[in-house]
Design a protein around this ligand. Structure first.
Ligand code: EPZ
Length: 419
């Protein structure tokens, strides 16, 4: 377990370029299997989940290079090998390799990804959708084999706008003979990014960004594909929240405000001033944040569950009483107990957190059990009195590139703790 030490009382100030998006890069790395040639990705975040994806691609026979935020993948020599449990368990998005393997080779074998602290995270929508377009599925002790003599395409109705299941179906449908229609699709910007890559690789797709997407066919291109990963909207929101809670002033370049619109409305409702540019956000924090009477997480374009922890930290020190309702992941309010150990006053009842803001939090040792709760606790610690250790920093490093160095350049007194 690794940790980060934080001396509170700082005021995050300065400007930064946001890293490439974790939740955008992971599906397109899996999609590179569909392109039997070279893809060069730029603005790739140097984070653990990217390295785990490259390990899987190498195991499948791709040749990969990763330097200076460039990733080069030659997927010419890929073969449908089984993805071992140890490798697949490193991250949730390993399950996304099933669809492209099925599309290109008519077979994919991997293990059910682990659930994690935020919830059970089943893959039933993924599997039901794949069988809907013609895949045969066998599962034994978590090992999933998907195979198909023929992927026919068809209409898949998702019971919930699942991001992963939408991505899975987009990837598999590229191997289907007929058109595939996804009804009830997720609308997140990461879906639009994946479709942009698939179109460059030869797919014919319409409706991305809406709840009805149609994949009409896939004519693989031969030429090299060059693809830039968009800025990470959740990482940007996390750093903006850290500035908001420390009375700071932060300018973030490389982010489209309209991909964070619900969070921007939340920041403003809590008293922050935000100046928006086509590819940048400047946040100026108030002396003290104002409570938010009610905020709930829901699929895009609503307020994102990945920003819930960051806003809960802001609510913990805001003037007044706030209510946060978590509608997406059943265990994602667990971070409240850690904030209470820092002196917060949060009562959790089911999937709602009732938070009475306090003037100051105090330092102690707390545990981040997923990357977003880790980032939320770090924001709270930056504003608290005294020294805080946030354990579980290895989870944070799965999605945030060079966070310690970045926070130091913005004026924070933070250091790495290794056991
Ligand atoms: C993606 O996870 C993101 N991860 C998550 O970010 C994000 O929180 C989530 O979408 C929602 O926006 C990546 O993109 C790598 P879902 P995903 O399928 O695809 C249930 C982070 O912190 N569900 O939209 O797993 C599920 O349990 C991570 O960066 C099923 O029941 O999310 C959850 O309650 C955390 N069966 C809800 O749907 C399924 O087959 C939303 O899950 C699939 C999902």
């Amino acid at each position: 377990m690794s940790g980060i030490g934080i001396e509170g009382g700082c005021c995050l100030t300065g400007e930064m370029e946001i890293q490439g998006s974790k939740n955008a890069v992971l599906p397109v790395l899996a999609a590179s299997i569909l392109h039997s040639g070279v893809t060069v990705f730029t603005h790739v975040p140097d984070i653990a989940d990217v390295r785990a994806s490259l390990e899987i691609l190498e195991l499948l026979g791709a040749r990969t290079e990763f330097r200076e935020h460039f990733v080069r993948i030659d997927a010419t020599g890929i073969i449908p090998r089984e993805i071992p449990k140890a490798l697949g368990e490193k991250m949730r998005s390993s399950v996304l390799f099933l669809g492209p393997l099925l599309a290109r080779f008519r077979e994919g074998i991997l293990y059910r990804p682990g659930g994690c602290a935020i919830g059970k995270r089943p893959v039933d929508y993924h599997l039901a959708g794949l069988s809907r377009i013609g895949a045969e599925l066998e599962e034994e002790s978590g090992r999933i084999r998907a195979s198909a003599n023929h992927l026919a395409g068809g209409t898949v109705m998702l019971p919930y706008p699942s991001v992963g299941a939408t991505e899975q179906l987009l990837l598999a449908a590229c191997g289907a003979d007929g058109p595939t229609q996804i009804l009830g699709a997720a609308r997140e910007p990461e879906i639009v990014t994946l479709c942009r890559y698939l179109k460059m690789a030869g797919a014919e797709i319409t409706g991305e960004g809406s709840s009805e997407i149609v994949i009409r066919g896939f004519q693989p291109v031969r030429r090299e594909i060059r693809f830039r990963i968009p800025g990470d909207r959740i990482a940007a929101g996390s750093y903006l929240a850290a500035a908001a809670v420390t009375k700071g002033r932060l300018y973030i370049k490389g982010i489209h405000p309209n991909h964070l619109w619900a969070s921007i409305c939340g920041f403003r409702s809590m008293g922050c001033e935000l100046r928006l540019e086509p590819e940048g956000i400047l946040l100026s924090a108030p002396e003290r944040l104002t409570a938010l009477p009610f905020l709930s997480t829901d699929p895009y374009p609503a307020f994102p569950t990945d920003m819930q922890s960051a806003f809960l930290s802001m609510m913990a020190v805001a003037a007044g009483t706030s209510v946060m309702k978590e509608n997406v992941f059943e265990k994602r309010l667990a971070m409240a107990a850690e904030l209470n150990r820092m002196g917060a006053d949060i009562r959790v009842d089911g999937n709602q957190a009732f938070c009475t803001g306090v003037e100051r939090l105090h330092g102690t040792t707390v545990y981040g059990t997923d990357l977003r709760s880790g980032a939320g606790l770090i924001a709270a610690a930056l504003a608290a009195d005294g020294i805080t250790t946030v354990e579980g920093f290895e989870y944070v490093e799965r999605g945030y590139e060079n966070m310690i160095e970045l926070l130091q350049t913005l004026g924070a007194r933070v250091w790495r703790i290794t056991e």
